[in-house]
Design a protein around this ligand. Structure first.
Ligand code: S3P
Length: 181
């Protein structure tokens, strides 16, 4: 199958389904799937909450940046990213150089329902996770917007529908993708 784009990079807030959708897209395109969080865990040799606990958010972001740099050499991948990857300004350009950047959006309420009580997300272990989600979303929206080539809403849609919608967008852009549903 001809390559529609160099890579497809999924960005968006925690709980917008980047990994689930990314795996479906990878299957549909016959591309490799990579997840920057998985690469960070492998590189650090410890889970994300432990990285935050021992090295803080700054330590986590350093590894995230290094992992992103390493991804620059290859193509034909679906790359799912951590929700805060856009918070380092120069990552935005890096993401756009990797390929077509797709921003998965969701309403604050959906995000709260999906990840509000998650133990695996250190940034949400606050006294008021709902307010934290609100604040981080407000801070990050302009950054996602800046990074994105394509924006896709996810509310009330299944992962399969979202993946199909993205594939359609990419097909429209490239004119040569034939995803299987
Ligand atoms: C983070 C999101 C997480 C993970 C880390 C920090 C963030 O990834 O990278 O906990 O800053 O939003 P997901 O978006 O896959 O949950």
């Amino acid at each position: 199958m001809p390559s529609p784009v160099k890579n497809v990079v999924l960005i968006g807030f925690m709980g917008t389904g980047k990994s689930t959708v990314g795996k479906l897209l990878a299957k549909s395109f016959g591309y490799h799937f990579v997840d920057t969080d998985d690469l960070i865990v492998r590189r650090a040799g410890k889970p994300i909450p432990q990285i935050f606990e021992e090295s803080g958010e700054g330590g986590f972001r350093e590894i995230e940046r290094a992992v992103l740099d390493e991804l620059a050499s290859e193509g034909s991948r679906i790359i799912s990213t951590g929700g805060g990857i856009v918070t380092a300004e120069d990552n935005i350009e890096r993401l756009r150089e990797l390929g077509t950047v797709v921003w998965l959006t969701a309403e604050e309420e959906s995000i709260w329902q999906r990840v509000g009580r998650s133990r695996g997300r250190p940034l949400l272990q606050t006294d008021d996770p709902r307010e934290t989600i609100h604040r981080l979303l407000e801070e990050r929206k302009p950054l996602y917007e800046k990074a994105a080539h394509i924006t896709v809403g996810t509310d009330n849609l299944s992962a399969a529908d979202i993946a199909f919608g993205i594939a359609e967008c990419l097909r429209a852009e490239a004119g040569n993708v034939s995803p299987e549903r």
